[in-house]
Design a binder for this molecule. Structure first.
Ligand SMILES: Cc1ncc(COP(=O)(O)O)c(C=O)c1O
Length: 385
């Protein structure tokens, strides 16, 4: 009999499985499904990035092991982009590390900063890898509820002192998946002060930094004075440059924290394919122009979807960022039941909030990853419900 390690056994069950199964059944029955469940851009990566990869891959030097922390040219470009985008100066040799997608960084950070039995403070609902990465490091995720009455920000004053004493790492993520909430600089100030006062490493996941609407531009936590003392920030080209399959991202921040992550990575992976790093340089160079184009598209989709939700009796403010709409389910429903209802009656896939943690109950998440035509079709179906 195969025996799994306790850490594998302690990973919570995959709560989306039931909805997935129901979706597959509907497809078998020939239902025209509109899948607003997955957070994966539907439009292709930019042409110039593809051309850049084709060129880079013809150079045999890109075929060898890349450097562990990322090529100097890629990290140099990250430093330039960061300066232009956030006004923050970074030392590309010590304060930047290349990631094989930001998920890889999120999953490895607890191995560097959480001792067995220690807590990592994790938002809930959240991208599941914060808590799963903590469990894989034999740590204990401590849930920080993200509640609508607090603008989906954690209330740091509610974290017990005994927990804080036994904590060395905290995850935050704004613009936020799944809630679409954004953070202003005063929240980052509070988080940094909390980190410094309690000697806690702050890992800010900024994977959605470039997806903002109605003129909103997300800040970096590193813009705040003192952030470089205790913060690492994760970035990704996945969502912002339609490059989820390419697996490229980076982490920036305090040199010792970056070095800690680097030590884990050096021992478990061998860096990102150099040709992809070369192509990602071109993605970053034109990131402003590309994001402006994509954000117009997502904004139009968001506005179309909100019309449909209103028809369902769900009247909610427009999210300013990410490509998610975190919609409260009508009274008397739970998130799995409501997702099933949408699938059964309208052929629409939404992700039940409970899949992002227990504080996600009462919500479903819609991704704006279908054309405005398909979203309008979903809206028509919603109106008929
Ligand atoms: C909040 C958040 N962080 C990180 C990631 C990982 O992205 P990637 O590994 O593709 O960079 C995701 C992906 O869905 C996410 O939602």
């Amino acid at each position: 009999m195969v025996m799994y390690a306790n850490r594998i056994n302690s990973i919570p069950p995959y709560l989306f499985a039931e909805v997935d199964r129901a979706k597959q059944q509907k497809i078998k029955e020939g239902v025209d499904i509109i899948d607003l469940g997955v957070g994966d851009p539907d439009l292709p990566s930019p042409d110039y990035v593809i051309e850049s990869l084709c060129k880079a891959v013809k150079d045999p030097e890109t075929h060898q092991y890349p450097s562990y922390s990322g090529s100097n040219v890629f990290r140099g470009e990250v430093a330039e982009w960061f300066k232009a985008r956030f006004g923050v100066t970074l030392d590309s040799t010590k304060e930047i590390i290349t990631l094989i997608g930001s998920k890889e960084g999120v999953a490895h950070i607890p191995l560097a900063f959480v001792n067995p039995g220690e807590y990592a403070l994790c938002p809930n609902p959240a991208y599941p890898v914060y808590s799963i990465g903590t469990i894989l490091a034999d740590g204990k995720p401590y849930d920080m509820p993200l509640l609508s009455e607090n603008g989906f920000k954690p209330d740091l004053s509610k974290i017990p002192k005994e927990v804080i004493k036994n904590t060395n790492l905290m995850f935050v993520n704004y613009p936020n998946n799944p809630t679409g909430a954004v953070a202003d600089k005063s929240f980052f100030r509070e988080v940094i002060d909390f980190g410094k006062d309690n000697d806690i490493v702050i890992a800010h996941d900024n994977a959605y930094s470039e997806m903002g609407y109605d003129g909103y531009k997300a800040p970096s936590i590193l813009e705040m004075p003192g952030a470089m003392d205790c913060c690492i920030e994760l970035h990704s080209l996945s969502k912002t440059s339609n490059m989820t399959g390419w697996r490229i991202g980076f982490a920036v921040g305090n040199a010792d924290i970056v070095a800690g992550l680097g030590k884990v990575k050096m021992n478990v992976d061998s860096g990102a394919f150099l040709a992809i790093q070369m192509a990602a340089i071109d993605a970053l160079k034109r990131s402003d122009e590309f994001s402006a184009k994509m954000n117009n598209i997502y904004q139009e989709r968001r506005d179309a979807l909100l019309v449909g939700l209103k028809a369902l009796g769900i009247d909610m403010p427009k999210p300013k960022a990410t490509f998610y709409v975190w919609a409260p389910v009508p009274k008397g429903n739970d998130s799995i039941g409501y997702a099933k209802y949408l699938l059964d009656k309208a052929g629409i896939v939404a992700t039940p909030g409970i899949g992002f943690g227990k504080y996600g109950e009462g919500y479903v998440r819609f991704s704006l990853t279908k054309s405005v035509g398909r979203i309008n079709e979903a809206v028509e179906r919603m109106k008929k419900l």
